[in-house]
Write a protein that binds this ligand. Sequence first.
Ligand SMILES: Cc1cc2nc3c(=O)[nH]c(=O)nc-3n(C[C@H](O)[C@H](O)[C@H](O)COP(=O)(O)O)c2cc1C
Length: 215
Amino acid sequence: MEFSTVVQKRKSIRDFDGKPIDPAILRDIVQEAQWAPSWVNSQPWKVYVAIGKTLETIKSEHLARITAGEKGNSDFPHAARESFGTYPLKNMQALGEHLGTFLKGDFSEFSAAQSRLYRCGAAVYITIPKDAPEWAIMDMGGFEQTLMLSATNKGIASIPAYEFVKFPDMIRKHLGIPNDEQLAIGVGLGYASDNPMNAYRSVRVSLDDMLVIKD
Ligand SMILES: Cc1cc2nc3c(=O)[nH]c(=O)nc-3n(C[C@H](O)[C@H](O)[C@H](O)COP(=O)(O)O)c2cc1C
């Protein structure tokens, strides 16, 4: 695939068809993501992938906990929207409006989709060392995006989601993640279902609102 096509094709998919992904393909995707840059080549990330039985176990436990109304307790503290700053907050509000128009004001399917993200074929968890500096979070973000672009290039849909890491204790338990690593983000990989919600495409601010080039 052309690079620009890969970039354009990657978007968050919120309803998967549950089909598994060949572990050899998962290995290729993670290996490609390893080419992401990092501070002094520190490569602070580690990757844990739940598939098959492990994915099923995590999926049921996740559903039970959200059904019980349990609040998330992610390793990266949950941040109120306002704490991101005025400009990002405005963009978040714009997403809400744009999505609202697409959904004709009915957010119920979108909200319900959060509990179904585990219909992905593989849940990929990325960790960085506990107490790592902010630079490591930046490195991890580059790794995460490279991973999703690699998946897109192989015809695999994705979503990065807080939802995957809101109960880190159970992810740790089922995947044997040591306590000196913090769960940064989870990425769902899989094949998109034909749910109409998957047709949603978010927008971006105009280039001139965020770019300054000065000669
Ligand atoms: C760190 C991070 C956490 C996210 N968490 C969620 C989530 O919990 N649920 C969800 O539906 N989308 C989640 N998203 C997806 C964003 O909503 C999405 O990336 C954004 O709206 C832009 O849309 P796009 O990915 O389709 O381009 C998350 C994205 C990032 C980068």
